[in-house]
Ligand binder design. Sequence first.
Ligand SMILES: [Zn+2]
Length: 103
Amino acid sequence: MLLPCLACESRFRPDEYFRACHDYHRGMDLVAWTCPRCGNRDELRVLPGELGFGYPRQGRFAVSDRLRVPGLRRHRQDLRLDISLDEKSWHVPTRMRHLAAAR
Ligand SMILES: [Zn+2]
């Protein structure tokens, strides 16, 4: 299955898509994603079996659109998010500035 950029509508294989996730925000439970093609930065939540797209609101991430991704799994670690799909896995690290901001 192919995963879309919501800005330019390019579609990516999961490996290319999840490698473009670069910043896991554990408090808001979202990852930042930058489109390899158009450079648009988006934020999304990785959920079991789906991706959630939305926007931060009142210190939380409100999901407004969901995309079903059968077999998608995630495991929340302290300083990273592990994503897995079809025997592959990706690790999205947390940047330290989030920890500083949380204090
Ligand atoms: Zn794009």
